[in-house]
Design a protein around this ligand. Structure first.
Ligand code: ATP
Length: 239
């Protein structure tokens, strides 16, 4: 469903991604694991066209997206749930939920989103600022389920959440997989990742100038001193 080849990305002069290759099959849950600053979020933003400059190939259902703007990429059926969640503080739960446009048929009806996240129904009239971290995360995921997107990019959905909420997010991801969604997940919590994912890629900073695809190129500016590439592809043995 998603095929990434030779992906390079820059923020201004900083060359952050150096030739990443990876795939996500339809209906799979795949994680990008790795340390802070390895480039996991940048990979997701590159898929969504949210970085200053990117090169290489990103095919979604066979269609090349590397030259498309973010709104066009979203309309193909890819949705991004950012680490910071992006809940509008002045809007209530229902308003936040209904805000993104539907980009394709097949989005989950609101009732089904409430079945996944019963807390949201109870908090329907609560303002964004009044929600707990877990409720904000549920709202951020619920919001993209309405849009009709079939590939979900979830950036550290468990970060800072209590274990009981992390379990709930894990169950939700498993249910979404059963419903046919494809999920690319950024995680630092490997224990969590291995309970939900089919496969893992480890995003690492190879030794300076000796990346897995050869010497790092374009070494100018602070962000370009190390190359960041997907180095391993692990099939999850526990599933
Ligand atoms: P984390 O879990 O800390 O977010 P990550 O693996 O997701 O780690 P990224 O956020 O993709 O890493 O960051 C990769 C590199 O890009 C880091 O060195 C970071 O400082 C740099 N970076 C991230 N965002 C920007 C930006 N907007 N402008 C310039 N550099 C950036």
């Amino acid at each position: 469903m998603l095929e990434v080849r030779g992906l390079n990305a820059w923020y201004g002069e900083s060359h952050i991604l150096h030739g990443m290759d990876f795939d996500v099959g339809e209906g799979e849950v795949v994680t990008l694991l790795g340390r802070n600053g390895a480039g996991k979020t940048t990979t997701m933003k590159s898929i969504m066209g949210m970085v200053g400059r990117r090169e290489g190939s990103i095919k979604f259902k066979g269609e090349q997206t590397i030259r498309l703007a973010s709104n066009a990429i979203a309309r193909l059926g890819i949705a991004f749930c950012p680490e910071e969640r992006g809940i509008f503080a002045s809007l209530d739960v229902e308003e936040n939920l209904m805000l993104p446009p539907q980009v394709a048929a097949g989005g989950l009806p609101v009732q089904q989103i409430f079945e996944l996240f019963p807390n949201l129904r109870e908090r329907l009239r609560s303002q964004g600022t009044k929600l707990s971290g877990g409720e904000q995360q549920m709202l951020a995921i619920g919001r993209i389920l309405r849009t009709g997107a079939r590939l979900l990019l979830l950036d550290e959905p468990t970060e800072g959440l209590a274990p009981v909420i992390v379990q709930q997010i894990g169950r939700t991801i498993s249910r979404l997989k059963q419903q046919g969604f494809t999920i690319l997940l950024v995680e630092q919590n490997f224990r969590f990742a291995q309970t939900v994912a089919d496969r893992h890629y480890i995003v690492a900073r190879p030794r300076r100038g000796h990346g897995p695809r050869g010497p790092a190129r374009g070494q100018h500016g602070t962000g370009a001193r190390v190359s960041r590439s997907v180095i391993c592809n692990h099939r999850n043995q526990r599933r």
